[in-house]
Design a protein around this ligand. Sequence first.
Ligand code: 5AD
Ligand code: SF4
Length: 373
Amino acid sequence: MKYFIVTYGCQMNVHESEKIAGILEKLGYESGKSREDADIIVFNTCAIREGAEDRVLGNIGNLKKLKKKNKNLIIAVVGCMTQKQQTAEYLLRTFPFIDIVIGTFNLSNLGYYIDAVKKGRQLELWEEGDIDETLPYKRTSGENAWVNIMQGCNNFCSYCIVPYVRGREKSRKEENILNEIKEIVKENKYKKITLLGQNVNSYGKDLNPAIPFSKLLHDICAIEGDFKLSFMTSHPKDLTDDVIDAIASEDKIEKFIHLPAQSGNNRILKMMNRNYTREKYLEIIKKIREKIPNCRITSDFIVGFPTETEEEFNDTYSLVEEVRYDSIFAFMYSPREGTVASKMEGQVPQKIKNERVNKLLKLEKRLQKEYKN
Ligand code: 5AD
Ligand code: SF4
């Protein structure tokens, strides 16, 4: 029996697909080479932008043929898209050949759903649960081992669906993280360990007693062995000096920070509910450059946020020029149902979003060229 997993979206999902693979292998499935080859196909979906959802929908549609050929094929759709009840119901209505639809909190029950699938379709998804520490992983990312340190997000940036589909921040116990990393190091297969969380800088605030993220970093670095450590994603409002100091002082930590600015304009930042200003962001960048001279810095930007004017976009443009990032990701704002920004007036026309995103990407190319020379 073979499985095939199709993963969309961020590193968190890539890692969660390793968990899905672990569960399936425990059930006796082996990794298949293609969809045609599989007895179970799992779509691990992303909901961050409309484009991501459209890609999922298009590809699920294509599975109908396979299901016709192989009646016993099990098709499961999991992840951020299916955590939204409306989308889950839409999926089942539109694609009746889907067997299993579960959200982000019930992944650990996948085995149970596969068992039950013969008795009828399952749809049970929205309860928040605890992180299941006992689930096996099948690590598939080469020399890099992902380690999840927390779930969810409390920030409610006004454009973002993540807090709705991943729930509130929940940190894993430090002891469990350290044990997982000791096991990884013992295996001697991985050169790099990457800690994952939507907002890693607020790691440990919800633990009792609370522990700072920098302590976790130092404690991991104290584990004997030859490995490099990195982490993502950092939120500028929570990136404290002790974390910058940890990156500077620990040889094991990669000199790299992904620090999404999202916009360079204070009015837009405020509307995005980001809780920092352009000036504050630049101060943090200055601090990083002073304390960690060769630090690579990358960022995400959203263009065409509701009511964003050309001048306000120019502030984003000038921020990118000023910081001279190693690379950036630029996204066109995509309204997500249920978020505060999706209800705002003054949505920006698609054509203008296109123009702005192209301007940023062109700028990035120019800066990278200058960088290399
Ligand atoms: N529209 C466009 N981009 C978004 N991002 C998050 N939500 C949206 C949205 N609704 C971007 C942000 C974030 C990255 C992972 O995706 O830049 O940092
Ligand atoms: Fe979304 Fe903001 Fe949380 Fe990042 S910090 S996941 S952008 S709400």
